[in-house]
Design a protein around this ligand. Structure first.
Ligand code: PLP
Length: 390
């Protein structure tokens, strides 16, 4: 199985040995009978293979973890009840008081807020290296470097091979949130990154009906995160949700191709409209990191587009958003349905005004998650909304 499209369908899944069921059964059970005291003791001691309690492991969830480890090229993966549970488990599982975490932004507002509040409450210093650069912010206490592979909402990139090399030379663990790219466009571990993280809620599920997160990397790192995040925090993914992700991932490569095609068409249209001042899309030649995007991403530039209105005011953004018919106003992203939001009043409303300004999250910024509808219909919807404010 060399092609991602084939692995997305088959990896981690086998017909059920007892019934032959092709779809992985939903193992809706809390505990697993272990038969004898001796076998129970061996499972609990880690001396025998076997399931014991779904907070620690469940066969449906394990199939999903195996599929994602395969797609990301990782030794191991662990699934969580949300992307946020995955992020907090990485932080709590791998860092100690006195450690420093450096991030290259902009990050999803919820992640930045969690790193800062949870980290700082537990004595972990959190440093924003976006402007000064990574090398300028590393200290002997730096233990972790955090990036997003395409950042939310202004779609910036970091050179992952470079970030990995600098961090590794310094002895720091690198974490890349690959939610926006998915393994279809980018596999961070192949660039030397240590851990890849997902909000599976987005493209991996793809249908806007399940919340989940995942971390993949080496057995050793993932084992520590699993122990803390599942054993102590209890952030495990439910088997019903794991089933939805297993099903969603089978069509991920097909959906990502349609998202990329639609987003490219939307970005080109927006760049030509007089009511739009700037378009953020790494596939456009004018994007400041277009060359890096061409080198680092494979098969497309993603399904997210954000743009800045010529009249950068909340009232004008409201006029445009409130006129859209095919794009539903909602946060989240990566669904087959197109979604639109105003980051300053929603996803980034809980980061400081200063941080919003530094990251280009203005009152006139609109973020689109381009779905798999026909691009012509999406462009027509945007045209009628933008024409009204021009
Ligand atoms: N990472 C990114 C890039 C996100 O956009 C989000 C949510 O929007 C998260 C992590 C958090 O994921 P979840 O909402 O599944 O907790």
């Amino acid at each position: 199985m060399t092609h991602l499209r084939t692995r997305a369908v088959h990896a981690g899944q086998h017909p059920d040995p007892t019934t032959g069921a092709i779809a992985t059964p939903i193992n809706q059970t809390t505990a697993f009978g272990y038969g004898t005291l001796e076998r129970g003791a061996a499972i609990f001691a880690g001396e025998a293979a076997g399931y014991r309690y779904s907070r620690f492991a469940n066969p449906t969830v394990a199939a999903l973890e195996a599929k994602m480890a395969d797609l990301e090229g990782a030794e191991a993966a662990v699934a969580f009840s949300s992307g946020t549970a995955a992020s907090s488990s990485v932080l709590l599982g791998l860092l100690n008081p006195g450690d420093e975490l450096v991030f290259l932004g902009p990050l999803y507002g919820g992640t930045e807020s969690l790193l800062r509040s949870l980290g700082e409450r537990w004595g972990i210093k959190v440093v924003d290296a976006t402007v000064p650069g990574l090398s300028a912010c590393l200290t002997p206490a730096t233990r972790m470097v955090w990036v997003e592979t395409l950042s939310n909402p202004t779609l910036r990139l970091h050179d992952l091979a470079q970030v990995a090399a600098v961090a590794r030379a310094h002895g720091a663990i690198t974490v890349a949130d690959n939610t926006f790219c998915t393994p279809c466009l980018l596999r961070p571990l192949a660039c030397g990154i240590d851990l890849v993280l997902h909000s599976m809620t987005k493209y991996l599920g793809g249908h806007g009906d399940a919340t989940g997160g995942l971390v993949a990397g080496s057995e050793a790192l993932v084992g520590n995160i699993r122990k803390t995040g599942l054993g102590h925090v209890g952030g495990n993914l439910a088997p019903q949700e794991a089933f939805l992700f297993l099903r969603g991932i089978k069509t991920l490569p097909l959906r990502m191709a349609a998202h990329c095609e639609g987003a490219a068409a939307v970005a080109r249209f927006l760049a030509s409209h007089p009511a739009v001042r700037a378009v953020h899309y790494p596939g456009l030649p004018g994007h400041p990191q277009h060359a890096l995007a061409q080198r680092q991403l494979q098969g497309g530039f993603g399904g997210m587009v954000s743009f800045e209105l010529a009249q950068s005011e909340r009232a004008v953004a409201a006029q445009v958003l409130n006129r859209l018919a095919l794009f539903t106003q909602a946060v989240s992203l990566g669904d087959v349905d197109s979604l639109a939001c105003h980051p300053a009043s929603t996803t980034h409303s809980f980061v400081s005004a200063q941080a919003r300004a530094a990251n280009g999250v203005t009152e006139g910024l609109i973020r689109l998650s381009v779905g798999i509808e026909h691009p012509d219909d999406l462009v027509a919807d945007l045209a009628q909304a933008l024409d009204a404010v021009h």
